[in-house]
Structure formats: C-alpha cells, structure tokens
Write a protein that binds this ligand. Structure first.
Ligand SMILES: [Zn+2]
Ligand SMILES: [Zn+2]
Length: 316
C-alpha cells in the first residue's frame, strides 16, 4: 500500500509568508557559511539532506491523503490538497475508458471539502467518483458548497458520474481486496476515522477528533480501532495545554496520540492537521517535544513519531 500526503494543515489553507521564507533562507545561508561549504555539489548535497521544515515546507494545504492499494485509487478527504492530487491524476492516471475514484470523507467542514470544486478528474465524463461518508445527505452538502452564490460551477456541471454511499457506523466495506472500516470520532458535527487493512498491513486515519471521554469503555473502543496499525495519522493540532483550554473545539494533541499508540501497539505515528497559527519551526518544536515525551514516559518503546508533510510518501 502506498500513501501520499497532499494536504496536512488543519482548519484553513496556510501559505507561508515572505517573512517565514526569508527566515529559512537566512538560516540555510548561515549554516552553509558556518560549514564552509563552497562548491555547488557540496551545497546541493547539504540542501538535499535537510528536512522539509528547513529547506521546504511542512505544507499549507488542508487534509487530503492518496492511497494506492490493489490497483485501487482511494482518497481520504477533499481539503485544498485535493487540487494538486487531481492535477497529478489527470496527468498520470487518466485514461479514455475512465477511472473509478473512491473518496472517503471524515466530515464536511470546509477544510475537508473545499478542494472538490477544483478536482480536475471530476470534470471527465467517463470517470466515476464514489463518495463514502458516515454523514447523511452528502450530495446535498456538496451541492450547497457549489451553489451559484458561493461558486460559479454547480456540482451537476462537473461531468463525472457521482455515486454516494452513506456508511453504517462502525462497519466495513471492501473495494477490491482493500477493507475499509469506519469509526465515529468526537468532533463538532461528528467526524469519522477510517482504517484500511490490505495485504497484512493497516493504516488508520483519525483526524478532527477530541478525546475528552476517558472512560475505559470509550478508550478501549479507540484502542481496538487503532490496534497494531502500521501507520496512524492523528489529529495533533493542539499542544496538550491548548487541548485542555480548548475543550469542545474538537481537536487533540500529539501526546494523546502517543499514549494511544503505546496502548494500541501502533508502529508509526504521523502528526497531522497542523495548527494554522503555527509556522513550520513551531510545528517542528511540537514534534521534538513529542519525542521527548515518548522517551521520558516510554523509554523502552522507540516507535517512530514524525510530522505529516505535504508530498511525503510512505510505503506499507
Ligand atoms: Zn479539519
Ligand atoms: Zn472539523
């Protein structure tokens, strides 16, 4: 199974500012000078060694993840990252007989649907878009987003065939040999996590979720859903302190994700839905503090914790 992140930011698309880009350039120039790097080969090797936080960006687009498994094309959420994914699909996958594209929606807050009106493959009449949602009336919700008062192209003017499936809560469906289960999450208006099981690997996507009900019954249900995941993508929008302060805002922190990961025996934890008020360096600080928390509280378990960044690909 191949997973690619096309949008990782929470709440609203967040382009980098000129001041933030300049800060990165200054830092890189200082390091190149300190290390006395001179030739272009040396400098390029150094630049290639830097993480996205320093020599690129964590990413400003909102939630969108591409999954390829069993020759199926599956997408989790249609945040602004969906536009670039659509361009990629139109260039590399589009064929005359059409495509089947399976899109699962955690929920319909703007940051998870705003990319769809710009999704190129939805304009090809031979394509079929299969939508899956735990919420009712998904078609109506998308029609409202593209009402002429808010957007010039109506949903029905996007030529692809559209099929809508309302998922039974806590159920599973299969697309080819790929099993996809859903799980309700606590969030204003409700959100759903998804778990993919395919070829003895598992991937859990659990964003836009707050964990305020810490009763053992509720915790157990989550642990069962996350259990043995090879990769868990987790809502880490807030610091632990913010999560307490912003009760009922519907988001979580990396530290909660680490506690769940330990109890559920998760192999890799990707911090996701990054707070739009934070710049890349501040988000990177959350990662470093998270790793410290794991090292102090769970010294015998060094499972991987990393930032979901735009463009990152993972093979499971
Ligand atoms: Zn969101
Ligand atoms: Zn939301």
């Amino acid at each position: 199974m191949k997973i690619k992140f096309w949008g990782v930011r929470g709440s609203i698309p967040t382009p980098q500012t000129s001041a933030q880009i300049k800060q990165k350039i200054q830092k890189i120039i200082k390091n190149i000078t300190d290390k006395k790097l001179t030739g272009m080969h040396e400098i390029n090797t150094y630049l290639d060694s830097l993480p996205a936080v320093e020599a690129g960006t964590i990413g400003g687009n909102t939630s969108c993840i591409e999954i390829r498994a069993d020759n199926q094309l599956i997408i989790f959420d249609m945040g602004s990252g969906l536009k670039n994914l659509g361009n990629y699909i139109a260039k590399h996958d589009q064929k005359s007989e059409g495509l089947d594209i399976h899109i699962f929606l955690s929920h319909t807050h703007w940051d998870h649907i705003i990319g769809f009106p710009f999704f190129g493959p939805a304009f090809f009449p031979n394509n079929t878009i299969h939508f899956y949602s735990g919420h009712p009336n998904l078609k109506e919700r998308l029609e409202i987003q593209q009402d002429f008062r808010f957007f010039p192209v109506a949903l029905h003017h996007m030529g692809a065939k559209k099929e809508f499936t309302q998922l039974k809560h806590n159920s599973s469906i299969s697309i080819g040999n790929v099993k996809i289960s859903n799980f309700p999450l606590y969030h204003p208006g409700g959100s759903f996590g998804f778990r993919i099981d395919y070829d003895k690997k598992s991937f859990v996507y659990a964003t836009d979720s707050e964990y305020k009900d810490l009763s053992s019954n509720n915790i157990t249900k989550h642990i069962e859903f996350f259990h043995n995941a090879d990769l868990l993508v987790f809502d880490a929008q807030y610091t632990f302190e913010e999560a307490i302060h912003k009760e009922d805002w519907g988001h979580s922190s990396a530290l909660v994700g680490i506690d769940f990961s330990i109890q559920a025996n998760v192999k890799r934890l990707a911090l996701f839905h990054h707070e739009p008020e934070r710049d890349d360096f501040e988000i990177d600080t959350i990662l470093r503090k998270s790793i410290d928390y794991r090292n102090i509280n769970y010294p015998d378990n060094n499972f991987e914790i990393f930032l979901a960044t735009e463009g990152l690909e993972i093979i499971l």
